[in-house]
Design a protein around this ligand. Structure first.
Ligand SMILES: Nc1nc2c(ncn2[C@@H]2O[C@H](COP(=O)(O)OP(=O)(O)OP(=O)(O)O)[C@@H](O)[C@H]2O)c(=O)[nH]1
Ligand SMILES: [Mg+2]
Length: 220
């Protein structure tokens, strides 16, 4: 590729990311002004993001109003799963894009009646992958990164960026460790090495192990 063309692509990417950050700041302000707590849930494909949000919704929906935005390439399977637990969901299909961006969220915030969610909580489940979401913040107050033991005990060390810029890390599917036999302590230490401020939870969405502790850390 000619050098000039390559530098234009880099500039365009920088513009996109800068523009995204500006929109994310605005989303953050709108959510704060409306007293809506917000969590950006990112993580590996199939790690259990929806399963954990189902359990959290089930346990919290009587206490607070919850809205879940689900990013998915093509379906509304996750949104339908979560709605069964008495919370409202909005599905965003990203098509060829591998992550949600701040524009998606800004459009939703513009088109819903935010007064319905005042003093409530917004969870945003991003498209499952550990790479793309690190480029696009959404404006949520906190970021939760979820992996599971079935991705292998190196998964955290191999994807440091999302762990560096998250507040809470979840290592899920610990009920399967009799079969998978990974060194969970090593995974925890990898996460701590990358980001000593991370709150780390080892959970099972299947048995409910440590879910109460995770919910407590959300301080809802
Ligand atoms: N045994 C076990 N299975 C789990 C656990 N959490 C999720 N699963 C299963 O793992 C599969 C994927 O879970 P999902 O909740 O769809 O994962 P996800 O991260 O939302 O997946 P994507 O949105 O497709 O990236 C489902 O079959 C879940 O039932 C867990 O803690 N233990
Ligand atoms: Mg999901």
């Amino acid at each position: 590729m000619p050098e000039e063309q390559a530098s234009k692509i880099i500039e365009l990417n920088e513009d996109l990311i800068e523009n995204n950050e500006r929109l994310a700041d605005r989303n953050n302000q709108i959510l704060k002004d409306n007293k809506i707590r917000s969590f950006d849930v990112v993580g590996a494909i199939g790690a259990g993001k929806t399963a954990l949000l189902e359990t959290i919704s089930e346990r919290l929906s009587q206490k607070v109003k919850i809205l879940v935005i689900n990013g998915d390439v093509a379906t509304r399977i996750d949104a339908d799963r979560i709605e069964q637990h008495g919370v409202k969901t909005i599905q965003v299909n990203t098509g060829r894009e591998c992550a949600l961006n701040a524009f998606h969220i800004s459009q939703i915030l513009k088109n819903i009646d935010l007064t319905n969610y005042q003093n409530g909580v917004l969870f945003i489940e991003n498209v499952g992958n550990l790479i793309c979401p690190s480029d696009f913040i959404l404006g949520a107050e906190k970021r939760i990164v979820i992996v599971s033991i079935t991705e292998g005990e190196w998964v955290i060390r191999k994807h440091p960026l999302l762990f560096k810029f998250s507040d809470i890390a979840v290592i899920n599917k610990i009920d399967l460790n009799d079969v998978v036999e990974v060194n969970i302590d090593k995974m925890i230490n990898d996460a701590k090495d990358i980001n000593p401020n991370l709150k780390i939870f080892t959970t099972s969405a299947k048995t409910g192990e440590n879910i109460s502790e995770l919910i407590e850390a959300l301080e809802i």
